[in-house]
Design a protein around this ligand. Structure first.
Ligand code: SF4
Length: 288
């Protein structure tokens, strides 16, 4: 069996930066609190936990005083920064620069008096940390669209500005834009709708690469945490390109996968999948 790891898979620069920031801090301190999973991959979180990282919820964050907390790549709403100031918490801000730029755009739009009364729409996953951070830039005056049927909730008599969570699929986003445009056009208000392409190309470009990779192999192991929206999106693309694709997060799952007769097996993952984990899968396959 020939096993190949996709060299384009693995952490994006936003996640690498957040992890390196945590590692640097933990090299000189025993503990660092992190608001939410630093990355949607439990194996990597386990590794960092062993170094002293303590993942906390927002409720736990509210109880902390006089300590240091890391903000992960997904970013946070202004409320988090306000609470930190009030409670003497030093923040180490590892928000990805791409997310920071999007937060700034939404904030600028919302605070511009020319945009008063305009609807702000975000194509994204409800409750996802990045979306929560983005909504906060507009005091939560945002309509989050998670699925196409939710466009019924838009008021087509009022102007709207649409943004996307950075990790959404490019194809789905442009499909949504066309649908919203046609609804506005149906009531003669096409000029009231505008949108910004705010999808991170680190994710968008992966779609084509990963489909090509999947097609070149007899079977594919897609290594990702089940909480990673980027992971589930890329897994879906992989499976469409090669139905013999398996979503795995721990090497123990290999026991349930029958790869008999597969000569070329590919291993790939999401932007939240550590390279060391994909290498571990490769080693296990080669030992079988
Ligand atoms: S996927 Fe893109 S926006 Fe998200 S953390 Fe990575 S580089 Fe930043």
């Amino acid at each position: 069996m020939q096993v190949t790891i996709d060299q384009h898979s693995g952490f994006c620069f936003g996640v690498i930066h957040a992890i390196e920031t945590a590692e640097e801090y933990l090299a000189h301190h025993d503990t660092l609190y992190c608001l939410g999973d630093i990355v949607h991959n439990s194996e990597e979180v386990k590794r960092l936990t062993n170094m002293g990282l303590r993942v906390i919820s927002f409720e736990q964050f509210k109880e902390l005083r006089d300590t240091t907390v890391l903000i992960r790549a997904h970013g946070e709403p202004p409320e988090t920064y306000r609470l930190a100031r009030e409670n003497d918490i030093a923040l180490i801000d590892a928000t990805c620069p791409v997310v920071l730029r999007l937060q700034q755009r939404i904030r600028d739009f919302y605070q511009n008096p020319d945009n008063a009364g305009k609807q702000i729409l975000i194509f994204g996953k409800k409750g996802h940390a990045e979306v929560v951070g983005l909504m906060g830039q507009a005091d939560d005056n945002v309509l989050v669209i998670s699925s196409l049927d939710e466009i019924d909730r838009i008021d087509y008599t009022r102007p709207a500005m649409l943004y996307s969570q950075t990790t959404q699929g490019l194809e789905q986003y442009y499909h949504l834009i066309e649908l919203i445009k046609s609804r506005y056009a149906a009531v003669g208000n096409e000029r009231l709708f505008d949108y910004a392409d705010t999808i991170c190309r680190k994710v968008a470009n992966r779609a084509t690469q990963i489909a090509d990779f999947a097609k070149q192999h007899d079977a594919v192991l897609f290594v990702s945490g089940e909480k990673s929206s980027n992971g589930l999106y890329l897994f879906d693309i992989c499976r469409k390109a090669n139905p013999d694709t398996y979503l795995v997060s721990q090497v123990e799952q290999l026991r349930d996968i029958d790869l008999t007769g597969k000569e070329k097996v590919g291993i790939c993952g999401a932007t939240s999948t550590p390279m060391w984990l994909m290498e571990m899968f490769k080693k296990c396959l080669q030992c079988q």
